[in-house]
Ligand binder design. Structure first.
Ligand code: HEC
Ligand code: HEC
Ligand code: HEC
Ligand code: HEC
Ligand code: HEC
Length: 173
């Protein structure tokens, strides 16, 4: 009897342990909520098939702090009429012809207390987009989370490797 209770107890506590462990794992992976974009945009088609460059749509990357998400004006040259048959493209054609913006939701976003400049990293630092954003050119649909997580640790690791200052005031304003 005593043995049975002991076994029972171990069984329960093991399950509880597993439960808490899994909850920790899950909350660790999804501390960012999944983001859904208003249109099922496809990076692969535009980079491989239409031959566009990242900077054609993210016009700030070499000149400004923010890379920026594209205005509907940038879709106009190709999407006043349907080129394919997807319902996603139909939404874009409609937006272009009515001159209505599509409200893309940023996934990579820092709080105001952190300073980060694309120009500095892309232009002067010559760091590839993929280092911080993953293989975006292969995406068939919008990412729902950060493929490479932004974290203070990741920023500092690279700064250490490249002997860039890691003083608190380098990044915090
Ligand atoms: C024809 C325009 C276009 C081109 C070219 C393009 N993008 Fe995008 N990009 C978008 C749009 C629209 C979104 C928002 C929808 C999405 O996330 O798929 C986006 C989103 C992103 C995001 C997520 C940003 C965020 O915070 O939500 C990254 C990172 C990105 N693009 C990087 C790139 C890179 C790297 C390239 C070149 C390999 C590239 N893009 C080429 C239009 C473009
Ligand atoms: C240089 C021309 C060009 C520009 C500029 C362009 N596209 Fe496209 N887009 C294409 C081509 C080509 C296709 C493929 C059509 C097909 O065969 O289905 C496409 C397809 C699409 C599709 C359908 C994707 C799928 O998987 O079926 C969406 C959505 C789309 N584009 C959104 C955009 C948005 C949003 C912009 C502006 C930020 C934009 N495009 C700018 C050329 C372009
Ligand atoms: C050293 C890391 C790093 C590199 C390299 C980098 N990015 Fe980013 N990117 C970030 C960070 C951090 C943010 C969030 C910025 C913020 O909120 O101020 C971001 C945000 C973005 C966004 C969301 C919109 C915006 O303007 O904030 C897009 C789009 C984007 N990056 C595209 C690109 C493209 C395209 C390249 C390459 C030409 C690139 N990034 C290179 C770190 C990087
Ligand atoms: C993959 C490497 C890499 C990553 C990741 C990276 N940086 Fe940098 N950072 C650099 C390099 C290289 C420079 C110097 C660029 C130059 O030549 O001007 C730099 C410069 C800077 C500067 C200017 C420093 C100065 O002394 O003026 C700031 C601010 C900065 N980074 C913030 C950030 C933040 C915030 C992040 C994370 C969101 C980040 N960096 C991630 C490589 C990186
Ligand atoms: C290379 C850039 C960089 C440096 C240097 C840096 N930080 Fe950060 N820090 C960041 C980024 C990026 C974030 C935001 C991380 C996120 O959004 O998950 C952050 C977030 C924080 C936060 C908020 C915590 C949170 O979870 O949001 C505090 C507090 C902080 N940093 C303190 C410091 C202190 C103290 C130093 C100096 C010892 C320092 N940082 C140096 C980039 C940096």
């Amino acid at each position: 009897m005593v043995v049975f209770e002991m076994k029972h107890f171990t069984f329960l506590s093991k399950n509880l342990f597993t439960f808490f462990f899994l909850s920790l794992l899950v909350s660790g992976c999804s501390n960012q909520e999944k983001i859904e974009q208003p249109v099922a945009y496809n990076h692969e088609i535009h980079v491989s098939e239409a031959g566009l460059d990242c900077i054609d749509c993210h016009t700030g990357v070499e000149k400004k702090m923010h890379a920026s998400l594209p205005s509907i004006k940038l879709c106009k040259s190709c999407h006043t009429q349907m080129q394919g048959e997807s319902s996603a493209e139909a939404l874009v054609v409609e937006a272009v012809n009515n001159n209505v913006e599509i409200h893309w939701k940023p996934i990579y976003k820092l709080e105001d207390h952190v300073f980060f400049s694309h120009r500095r990293h892309v232009k002067s630092g010559k760091i590839a987009c993929a280092t911080c954003h993953g293989e975006v050119e292969k995406l068939l649909k919008p990412p729902t989370h950060q493929l490479v997580p932004i974290s203070m640790e990741n920023c500092m690791k690279c700064h250490d490797n490249k002997s860039i200052s890691n003083d608190c005031l380098t990044c915090h304003v």
